[in-house]
Design a protein around this ligand. Sequence first.
Ligand SMILES: Nc1ncnc2c1ncn2[C@@H]1O[C@H](COP(=O)(O)OP(=O)(O)OP(=O)(O)O)[C@@H](O)[C@H]1O
Length: 312
Amino acid sequence: MRYGTTDALDGVDLRLDRGEVLALLGPNGAGKTTTIEILEGFRHRSAGDVRVLGSDPEHGDEAWRARLGVVLQSWRDHGKWRVRELLDHLGRFYAPYGTPERPRPYDTDELIALVGLSGRAGSTVGTLSGGQRRRLDVAVGLVGRPELLFLDEPTVGFDPQGRQEFHELVHRLAAAEDTTILLTTHDLDEAEKLSDRIVILAGGRVVAEGSPAELARRVAGADEVRFSRDGESYVRSVPDGTEYVRGLFARHGAGIGELEVRRARLEDVYLALVRDFESGQRTAAPAELTATSQAAAVADAAAVADATEVAP
Ligand SMILES: Nc1ncnc2c1ncn2[C@@H]1O[C@H](COP(=O)(O)OP(=O)(O)OP(=O)(O)O)[C@@H](O)[C@H]1O
């Protein structure tokens, strides 16, 4: 994807399997939104091959579109509609595309309950709080019971309880409804909790890819062990915390106190990778992290060259 003379995405190659939850992470301007807008068919790519649910998004018809759910970063209109009315209305567009396995649309009240808006079903959209508005955005994305759901920073403005309920919803959608989910977030804890696989973009390129655990293992001296002995405090950075602690007790037994083991978190890997990238040390994913799974392709994006934009 090129804007003018700037490559916003270069050589991005990704694949999602049915029922998989993939999180796209990366600093501001990394190319996350551009990637998902290309996959949604909202943006003409400059070059490269893309297949989403078997079709090129630029040529996707209504029946194809009905199988997708989209939650954009922000969406402001319909202020005078009431929550139930709006979802009822939008749901009607999906009715012709229902199948026995995937009845469309969702029952409106069931959907409202699913996103935790039952108390506001009769309220006008303009009177919702920021977090409630975001829940409605998620409901709009879900109303057609999508097979593939795009979520661009879905939990911005959610309170902790809303966030947890949303995480449960995502797990339920992926497990019970086999919904494939591609999400972007700046919340690394959220990415770690929600996703089967994480792709980290920086400067329009994939700089790392793997499960949260695989990525966490990438940090050298991954575990941090803190303890005290004879009144002195120690901090050690070691590859395997369990083995180190075993040795510690074998040598010093009851002399060890205040033990704390901290495993490497996704946040450590993420910050290290982005720092490397920004200092010019890393421009592409390490080979061992780029192997992707072989199962059915849902989305495949690649890019370089010249571009025009289409309105969503
Ligand atoms: N319509 C546009 N015209 C020109 N450049 C654009 C356009 N849209 C995005 N860009 C540029 O493309 C790059 C990627 O932007 P994108 O919005 O995809 O990043 P992002 O990873 O989603 O960022 P954020 O985390 O801030 O949402 C940025 O450098 C941005 O300035």
